[in-house]
Design a protein around this ligand. Structure first.
Ligand SMILES: [Ca+2]
Length: 467
């Protein structure tokens, strides 16, 4: 039922064929302003308001059903075109991925389910851990609150409440990211990414825990970086420390549709922080640019840039076993994608936006299919959803058959996929199941077990599996 209706919804808009000379890519459906509504990381309200009034809602608002599996995991039909890794050269001249810790193939038939662990949250948007050995989870609510989940329950007292600093007037704005310093156990520092009240700028700020390990010092804010966005949408928001100890920050392209700001769009411009993955050293005041960032010696380039050509990276994660980086980039009106950067990379990848949207030409005035663009490792069309939510490579202990699988989902459809690379270096993506919730994020605990964040239902689930 849900699918039937969403297909109808996405069928709006004029279709025009845009030739993409010598790129080898198929003609693309020209994006329209009409469809921009669906191409956001958290498009709940926008999507809901577009529904026919006499139809059931496509975005579930009631409490989700736990532990349901709608699609047998034995379905191994890849729903989308998945380019082999061998076709993914980068501008930085990095070698092809050599990671041999790919998941075993063939024998990994499995199901995925969800088990609720915390509920009654207000627009939860992330969950993570402090890496301090405490086993606690930290749950982020988009309006600006962080709570602690410990010993099977969520503590009543908040860890941090900065709602008064934050604007959520745009559906995609709010408290969007949280990352704990690698030495949090000793220095008590953690970092947040939020949309500032007043100007809507994206603020990356440091806070410190108080004498109470379950309460942060709300007055300890130190702003690290201020990123001015053009419009309220496409804020990126993910923060995480890489295996190198540097803070990586995802930024959106400045918003609107079609990356219309800047020439040729912010994603392809190296003189703006928008549409990028940034990499900075926060063990300096307020931060330092690592001298091996890829563009530190290029004139008119922002030295904080690590990689570029992104539209709205909605969650990235490092594989804790290999250091490989997975980036989910939300598409415009046609394709959603997962991008990959091997741990051996020196940075500088160009992931293509707005030249390309997924594996399609987006702007025919630019040179599509250039061989310096890094194509995604997995793509799906808007027949299967509207906004990708990046996840994690499973490295936990409870479900050994999941080890090495990168799990991700679509916010609108609830479809969940698993991607892994076989012994020949070929990426394989398969649709595993569908969860009856709007998945705003995944999260990882200290042990590597995975969690699913239900945005509309206000629920945090643990991801479970059977085979
Ligand atoms: Ca791309």
């Amino acid at each position: 039922m849900k699918w039937l209706m969403m297909t109808c919804l996405f069928a709006v808009g004029a279709v025009s064929l845009a030739a993409c000379a010598s790129s080898g890519f198929t003609p693309t459906i020209a994006p329209t302003q009409t469809r921009e509504t669906f191409a956001s990381p958290v498009p709940t309200e926008a999507a809901s308001t577009r529904l026919p009034t006499n139809s059931p809602t496509a975005v579930p608002t009631s409490a989700p059903t736990a532990t349901r599996t709608q699609v047998p995991a034995t379905n191994t039909t890849a729903p989308t075109r998945v380019p082999p890794a061998a076709t993914a050269p980068s501008s930085s001249g990095q070698a092809a991925p050599t990671n041999t810790r790919a998941a075993p193939s063939n024998s990994n038939s499995f199901t995925l389910d969800i088990q609720p662990i915390a509920d009654e949250l207000r627009r939860p948007i992330f969950v993570t851990h402090a890496g301090d050995g405490s086993g606690r989870l930290f749950i982020v609510e988009q309006p600006g609150r962080i709570s602690v989940f410990e010993n099977g329950r969520r503590r009543d007292e908040l860890f941090l409440d900065i709602a008064e600093k934050i604007t959520t007037s745009g559906n995609e704005q709010g408290l969007l990211g949280l990352a704990f310093h690698p030495d949090y156990e000793n220095n008590g520092f953690f970092y947040v990414n939020y949309s500032r009240q007043g100007d809507g700028d994206n603020i990356i700020a440091r806070y410190q825990v108080s004498d109470d390990p379950n309460v942060a010092d709300a007055n300890s804010e130190k702003i690290i970086l201020t990123i001015e966005g053009a419009e309220p949408n496409h804020n990126g928001g993910m923060l995480d420390f890489g295996p190198d100890g540097y803070l990586y920050i995802a930024t959106g392209d400045g918003g609107g549709a079609g990356d219309r700001h800047g020439t040729p769009g912010n994603g392809q411009s190296l003189n703006t922080l928008l549409g990028k993955i940034l990499r900075v050293d926060v063990n300096a005041d307020p931060y330092r640019v690592p001298n091996d960032n890829p563009f530190v010696n290029r004139a008119n380039a922002a030295p904080e840039i690590w990689s570029y050509g992104l539209r709205n990276p909605w969650r990235f994660s490092f594989d804790r076993a290999t250091g490989d980086l997975y980036i989910a980039d939300v598409g415009q009106g046609s394709k959603e994608e997962i991008d990959f950067q091997p741990a051996s990379s020196r940075g500088g990848e160009n992931y293509g936006w707005r030249i390309m949207e997924g594996d399609e030409c987006f702007d025919e005035s630019l040179i599509c299919g250039r061989n310096d663009l890094v194509p995604p490792i997995a793509v799906y069309s808007h027949d299967l959803g509207c906004s990708v939510t990046g996840g994690y490579v499973y490295r936990g202990k409870q479900y050994p058959w999941l080890v090495g699988q990168y799990i991700f989902a679509d916010y609108c459809s609830g479809i969940v996929w698993a991607t892994s690379r076989d012994a020949n270096g070929k990426w394989n993506t398969r649709q595993v199941t569908t969860f009856d919730d709007t998945i705003s994020s995944f999260g990882e605990d200290e042990a590597g077990e995975l969690y699913v964040v239900g945005h509309n239902s206000g629920t945090i689930y643990q991801l479970t599996s059977n085979r």
